[in-house]
Write a protein that binds this ligand. Structure first.
Ligand code: CAA
Length: 279
């Protein structure tokens, strides 16, 4: 199949890597040539990791990469079968992009969003054919995490849900169907856990190392909650919590004061070299 990925950030490039590794043709779209080039470098770095672990040969990498095109123009996605939008987590930004996508593709192209917290129905509102629209929520790092949330909007057709589920399984993922509620399942659960860990740190219940060690050794999680928040990006966590809080008005989703403070100071986690930890 031909797949377009809109956005070349961490998620867009990770999804592109997954898609070409599953032997599809992919086109990664981003407005600026610079961000598309950076996205391509991230895909190459992901493959390097796999090669260094002996899980992929250089020939395989070259073959996969030959199926990945990059562009800054929506005109180049006319013939794709599925579009996966992975632009920043903002309703208006996504709506503008999705409208452009809809104008560029065939009427039978499936359009998916990788949103982690914005309502599928809210995004579908300005689409002409909302029946072909759904959520395909990948986890970070997309090439490693084994599950995707397949999110059904009120208007998503059953045929589209089934095709998307099969596509997800063809990517080597377990595709789990969920309904369109704020935060779906993943972030509805995860963000409360992360937020409460941050509150516990702020209230002096334990040090960050102690909190993370308990989660790693006590729950067998690969990362503790504060390490994971740094990995996801503290600004991203805050935005997701705010999006869920706005939709639910439930105070348990209100970003912790310490999270707000760190983001205000530009401590965004790994990507800014400082968060709960220094990198
Ligand atoms: N491409 C291909 N393979 C990759 C890769 C990439 N980009 N990045 C890592 N890998 C592979 C490595 O080759 C390695 O393979 P082996 O186990 O076969 O050796 C494996 O993945 C682990 O990688 P590393 O050895 O480099 O690092 P690690 O063992 O420290 O694991 C981690 C890193 C996978 C990130 C692990 O710490 C982890 O699973 N952390 C939790 C991540 C998580 O919870 N993600 C979900 C975030 S929430 C989300 O995404 C939803 C949202 O909406 C916010």
């Amino acid at each position: 199949m031909k797949i377009a990925i809109i956005g070349a950030g961490t998620m867009g490039s990770g999804i592109a890597q997954v898609v070409i590794t599953a032997n599809h043709d992919a086109i990664m779209v981003s407005e600026s040539a610079k961000s598309v080039a950076a996205g391509l470098e991230r895909v190459k770095a992901g493959f390097e990791k796999a090669i260094s672990k002996g899980k992929m040969t250089q020939e395989q990498r070259d073959s996969y990469l030959s199926h990945l095109k990059t562009t800054s123009s929506m005109n180049d996605i006319k013939e794709v079968d599925i579009v996966i939008e992975a632009v920043p987590e903002d309703l208006m930004t996504k709506r503008v992009v999705l409208e452009k996508v809809e104008n560029a593709v065939r009427d039978d192209t499936i359009i998916a969003t990788n949103t982690s917290s914005i309502s599928i129905d809210a995004l579908a509102k300005t689409l002409q054919i909302p029946e072909r629209f759904l959520g395909l929520h990948f986890f970070n790092p997309a090439p490693v995490m084994k599950v995707i949330e397949v999110v059904r909007g009120k208007k998503t057709s059953s045929v589209v849900m089934e095709k998307a589920r099969k596509f997800g399984e063809g990517l080597g993922k377990v595709a789990v169907e969920v309904n369109d509620f704020p935060g779906f399942i993943s972030n509805r659960i995860l963000m409360v856990y992360l937020n409460e860990s941050i509150n516990a740190l702020d209230q002096g219940v334990a040090t960050k190392e102690a909190i993370d060690t308990i989660a790693k050794l006590g729950f067998n999680h690969p990362m503790g909650p504060l390490e994971l928040a740094d990995f996801i990006g503290l600004d991203v966590c805050k935005d997701i919590m705010n999006a869920i809080y706005l939709q639910t008005n439930d105070p348990k989703f209100k970003p912790a004061a310490l999270l707000e403070k760190l983001v205000g100071e530009g401590r965004l986690g790994r990507k800014s070299s400082k968060g709960f930890y220094d990198y």
